[in-house]
Ligand binder design. Structure first.
Ligand code: FAD
Length: 368
């Protein structure tokens, strides 16, 4: 029976642990904190799941496959994890990201609809179409209850035989040091989100930034479902309606300041100001809505926003998995399938390699 130690029980590590355990591997899933804790990127209440990735086919297919796997996880766990409310892309240019996405999605047979800007008034309780060329709706996209999905994934991993170990791990050669003890396995995977760069400073180039998430109080008409999720790619804002009574999520995707994910932090007044200024122009009824709550979350950004999925340069049994770059959650289970294929001998894609990257991948929004 092959063995693996997966360090990091965020969605990347947990999905991989579950996949490998299901394939008959002996798996230890290690985290320094309880899965779903609020300093990791995967412990937030919700994450968008969309297949649109401009002209990129790899991510479009991965997200589509992940959607199927999230549905399977829902069935296996008996938990409702995915609200298929659609994602509305608010396109400001006739031939930008959204038009490219539309071409890619149609090529892939993924449902997509192009609407007039005014149709946004039917989708949202308050909507100003000014400046939009069209609205691109992905009806089979939506919102994943991220923290619940992560906890379900960890449960399924454990159910499939993985051992969940609490403790802070350190790399020592090809081994893992945990509580002063060295552990080894056929494969060791470091899936440590925003902490990866600190663990492998010579190998991993990541920009870790503070991202503020804001929730605004609004009436029942803003409930998701049916209100869809939305992304304004060029303005770099996104959100969705009130899910499970948590208020309306309205978030700037502008890259925040450098951040230590171990520190407690609060949302900045500037984030609230910028978000209200955006709301005035697009969702006017939210511009003065009371702030319900805020939350800080780390981005772990590669320069080109492609993930990192690569063997360690000196230890071929050690793998680095991360660089979610603010858009990784949805891919979790599909990425695990891809990584398991690499362990079975498939060639890693060079776009996920360690080492310098080009800039400006824009796989999330135009914000960098
Ligand atoms: C504001 C924000 C909005 C986002 N929106 C979306 C979205 O809409 N859709 C989407 O798909 N994605 C989105 N993302 C991105 C997504 O959340 C992340 O890409 C994904 O959650 C990363 O998962 P991870 O497993 O790599 O990292 P994490 O979830 O951070 O997990 C890493 C884990 O490693 C553990 N760890 C670290 N160091 C050690 C150590 N030495 N020993 C033991 N354990 C250790 C940590 O405790 C942590 O639990 C967003 C991210 C943010 C911050």
């Amino acid at each position: 029976m092959p063995s693996a130690i997966v360090v990091g029980a965020g969605i990347f590590g947990a999905s991989l642990a579950r996949h490998l355990a299901g394939d008959g591997w002996r798996v230890s899933l290690v985290d320094k904190d309880r899965p779903g804790h609020d300093r990791g990127a995967s412990g937030d209440a919700s994450r968008l799941l969309r297949s649109a990735h401009g002209a990129d086919y790899w991510y479009a297919r991965s997200a589509r496959r992940a959607r199927e796997l999230w549905r399977q996880l829902e069935e296996e766990s008996g938990t409702r994890l995915f609200e298929e409310v659609g994602v509305a892309w608010l396109a400001r240019s006739p031939d930008g990201w959204e038009a490219e996405s539309e071409r890619t999605l149609r090529d892939e047979g993924i449902p997509v609809e192009r609407l007039e800007p005014d149709a946004g008034r039917e989708l949202f309780p308050s909507f100003d179409p000014d400046g939009l060329e069209f609205v691109l709706v992905e009806p089979e996209a939506g919102v994943v209850r991220a923290r619940s999905a992560l906890l379900a994934m960890v449960d399924q991993a454990v159910g499939a035989g993985a051992q969940l170990v609490l403790g802070e791990a350190h790399p020592v050669g090809a081994a893992v040091e945990l509580d002063g003890e060295r552990r080894s396995a056929d494969i060791v995977v470091w899936a440590c989100g925003a902490w990866l760069a600190g663990l492998f400073p010579e190998l991993v180039e990541l920009r870790v930034t503070k991202q503020d998430i804001l929730y605004f109080e609004a009436g029942d008409e803003w409930r998701t479902p049916p209100v869809p999720a939305w992304v304004d790619y060029e303005a770099a804002f996104y959100g969705h309606g009130s899910l499970d009574g948590r208020a309306v999520k309205l978030v700037s995707d502008a890259i925040g300041p450098p951040f230590d994910p171990d520190l407690a932090a609060e949302v900045s007044p500037e984030s609230e100001r910028a978000t209200r200024a955006f709301a005035v122009t697009r969702f006017p009824s939210l511009a003065e809505a009371p702030l319900a709550s805020g939350r800080v979350c780390p981005y772990a950004l590669t320069a080109d926003t492609n993930f990192i999925v690569a063997p360690h340069s000196e230890h071929e049994s050690v793998w680095i998995l991360g660089g979610g770059s603010g858009h990784g959650f949805k891919h979790g289970p599909a990425l695990a399938e891809y990584v398991a294929g690499l362990f079975a001998g498939a060639e890693p894609d060079p776009m996920f390699a360690l080492g310098p990257r080009g800039s400006g991948g824009g796989l999330r929004t135009a914000s960098e």
